[in-house]
Design a protein around this ligand. Sequence first.
Ligand code: SAH
Ligand code: SF4
Ligand code: F3S
Length: 477
Amino acid sequence: MKPPVIDDGEEDALFCGQEGTVMSRPAPANANGKKYHIITFGCQMNSADSERMAGSLESLGYSCVEEPGGADVLIYNTCSIREKAELKLYSALGRQAKRKRQHMGDLKIVVAGCVAGQEGAALLRRVPEVDLVMGPHHANRIGDLLDQVEQGNQVVATEHVDIAEDITAARRDSDITAWVNVIHGCNEKCTYCIVPFTRGSEQSRTPEAIRREMLSLGEAGYKEVTLLGQNVDAYGRDLPGFAADNSGRRAWTFTDLLRYVHDVPGIERIRFATSHPRYFTERLIKACSELPKLCEFFHIPFQSGDNDILREMKRGYTHERYREIINSIRRYMPDASVSGDVIVGFPGETEEQFQRTVAMVEEVGFDRVNTAAYSPRPGTPAAVWDDQVADLIKADRLNRLNAVVNRVAEERAQRFLGRDLEILVEGPNPRNPDQAVGRTQHNKLLYFDGDGAALKGTLAMCHVDRVHAYTLYGTMV
Ligand code: SAH
Ligand code: SF4
Ligand code: F3S
């Protein structure tokens, strides 16, 4: 019998499992004839790291090439959140290693990101054709590391060092919306999760560095910024000092940061991800409702609707607390979009416990939920528990949950029908040049007839004529 196919929801994921390549673009002024190509797996943190690596490489004279086959330096920026993400790397790597053995002695193969952080030197033993293994902490050192490779070394850089501020600007895929890291790493100990092993402890960037980056983005014509961290609510815990108001709060919390960067000229919209229910405060919700540039869009993973499973996951909240957060968001911002992540088939999960997750999706009314079948990850506590759920059961729960998620998203999207919404135009619809596409502040894509190239980067009002679960169709007003 064939093994079951586990659809772990990766293809649909918004915050994880996305996969793309850095696009083609003109050669830098100091072009040295060498070409690079980056293939990015994983979450926005990896997308942001890829853009920083591209920036460093272009400052050194490398040009981006659209096809991996044309590259002198081929970089896989990898994800290890689930086994499937990791396997994708090994199959791609196998093909390139073979090419390198057969034809291309000069090709340099780089494995960056979370699989690199997880495997370190073991990756070289598994695929000896790899030249450089560099963990996420080293993204802005790629130039130095490649120098060492050029000297004929195989290099492994995976220690959890202090992440220095970038000396070169990121080479961004979009010229309208930008990622801005606010905190690297994660100090949580969710029992299923590999991220603390691959990305290490929390390191907040200083508010000044974040504001400086946003100011230069505003000057360069960027309109929207997404502030990034695995747990943005932890922002500032590692920065020195306490608030002057004797509240006992740290000098800098995420809410303080939002107020500090909110007035950056040119930046019209600010988003952030990911929020952790354990630390999500009323103070933050209030600030979001008061600050006009803050988008009414919240990505707050809940993982399970069952309190015993949440405790086993060491998430630090109950489903009741999660619901309170959502109610509070909707009290201040009735229209707000809410998305979440959820895992089915965590060790020991019974059908009854799974049903509590289904009920939660129905009752909260999410705009989107990224669903995943639990995947045991090396070195994480839950991976060795002996009450693992069978693959077939996980696949079945995932299918049933996805049907509910899509129905709820479709129902919830109906609130936009017939309304006029402001969108930030991203450009032409890649599949229909007569149409433009933009994003509402609720993070919904909206398609309408119009000149996407001319409108790109502008804020436009559109009347919503038709509504699907994840996309809207409208007319410019
Ligand atoms: N920092 C965020 C998200 C981190 S990873 C948070 O705290 O929620 C993105 C998502 O991947 C998680 O929310 C979780 O739903 C999923 N995920 C993480 N580890 C997983 C595993 N071992 N198996 C399946 N899904 C997992
Ligand atoms: Fe992983 Fe938990 Fe940290 Fe999110 S908060 S990155 S799920 S350990
Ligand atoms: Fe994947 Fe690493 Fe992000 S494991 S989800 S790329 S933090």
